[in-house]
Design a protein around this ligand. Structure first.
Ligand code: GLA
Length: 386
């Protein structure tokens, strides 16, 4: 097998920080771009993300002093804990929470944690909506397991629990799931209720580009929790007439319209989730048929629904989407991830990619004075040792 191009660089970095340690093993877990199915995962609906080449790498070797040491190259910070203290650690409110969160989950699942030196390096930009946190959680979990087997679904669920219970974000399964189950050149349609998936090959005649708005509005985390609550309230309101509805996954558009007499926000949130689930299924069909026009149109519908009904977009993301749609060779564009900043995802004809990059960057700089970063999103394989 060909060696990963970053492996040597990561081992060199490890040696610089831990000169006395033995040669480390290196684990990788990718970030993701969600193609369609936004804010549907925690409603147990459908999502269709792709794993990225952008990834988090963790090099690991035994630590003879009984300590867990973690160095982040991106932050240039070293933290350490006696292994025996790990079960009692409380969240620190910083990047180490992802590592400690998965360590505690592994302990709870009866996996022993060895004393280790870890070296973390991530190419997933943080706060960009490309899931740098799930990449960190999954790669750290693999490093802590040190090659001991854990069923892929267990690994994804464990990372989600770390995020829900330790970091304190009520997020769904999408990010860790696709980080584990990603497939080269394909997206992964996930059924967030039964946790099965189907592989969705991406037509060769299109390139996926993520445009990073470089903003992350403070509102994001509290709005996310609020949306989770609003969806639960919409379910509650539906249940008087439809007792079998336990999540918005069970609802249809007729039930959404019946919410008309209640608070308008509940109807809007439910309408987004129910229509978005339908869009995921239609998008997967369009992808199988190589129907780029339809794939693009569904992207735009999804964005408008997130903008107007779910209300998780922001002026920067709306501008990037609206501008993309004026550029040649663009089939569709939408915000991706939780919202309130981060990235848009764009379907672009390969021969127009260079002009797209220039055009969108220039327009964004003129309007907001910000230099957008643009990532080519070739779908990649899921997590593992490299
Ligand atoms: C964040 C969460 C995911 C998902 C998206 C929105 O990325 O981590 O679980 O809910 O937002 O689709």
């Amino acid at each position: 097998m060909k060696e990963h191009p970053l492996k040597e660089r990561i081992i060199d970095g490890f040696r610089r920080i831990y000169p006395a340690s033995p040669k480390p093993r290196v684990f990788r877990a990718p970030g993701r771009v969600n193609l369609i199915g936004e804010h549907t995962d925690y409603n147990l609906g459908f999502v269709c993300p792709a794993a990225l080449e952008l990834a988090c790498f963790v090099a690991a070797a035994p630590n003879p002093a009984g300590r867990l040491r973690v160095y982040s190259e991106n932050r240039e910070e070293l933290r350490e804990w006696p292994v025996s203290d790990l079960p009692e650690c409380r969240p620190a409110g910083n990047w180490t929470d992802y590592a400690i969160g998965v360590a505690q989950q592994l302990l709870r699942a009866n996996h022993a944690i060895e004393a280790l030196d870890l070296y973390v390096f991530s190419t997933v930009p943080t706060g960009s909506g490309l899931s740098s946190s799930a990449a960190l959680e999954v790669s750290t979990a693999l490093a802590l397991l040190g090659g001991r087997a854990l069923a892929p679904l267990e690994l994804a669920l464990l990372a989600q629990r770390a995020e829900n219970e330790f970091v304190g974000m009520p997020c769904g399964i999408m990010d860790p799931y696709v980080s584990v189950f990603g497939r080269d050149l394909s997206a992964v349609k996930i059924d967030c209720r039964d946790l099965g998936n189907i592989i969705v090959p991406i037509p060769e005649s299109v390139e996926i580009l993520a445009v990073n708005s470089m903003v992350k509005h403070e509102l994001g985390q509290s709005a996310y929790r609020e949306r989770v609550r609003e969806c639960a309230s919409a379910v509650e309101a539906m249940r008087s007439r439809h007792p079998h509805v336990t999540t918005l996954r069970d609802a249809d558009l007729e039930m959404v319209h019946e919410l008309g007499s209640g608070p308008p926000a509940l109807l809007q949130r439910a309408r987004h989730v129910v229509s978005e689930n339908l869009r995921v299924n239609r998008w997967v069909e369009a992808a199988a048929a190589g129907d780029l026009a339809n794939m693009g149109a569904l992207f735009v519908e999804s964005h408008r629904s997130l903008q107007n009904d779910y209300q998780v977009s922001c002026p920067e993301l709306d501008f990037l989407v609206d501008t993309a749609l004026t550029l040649p060779g663009v089939w569709g564009a939408r915000m991706t991830g939780g919202g309130f900043g981060g990235c848009t995802v764009n379907l672009v004809e390969p021969r127009h990619v260079a002009a797209f990059r220039e055009g969108i960057a220039a327009a964004y700089r003129d309007r907001f004075g910000i230099v957008a970063e643009i990532h080519s999103c070739r779908p990649s394989a899921g997590a593992g040792e490299i």
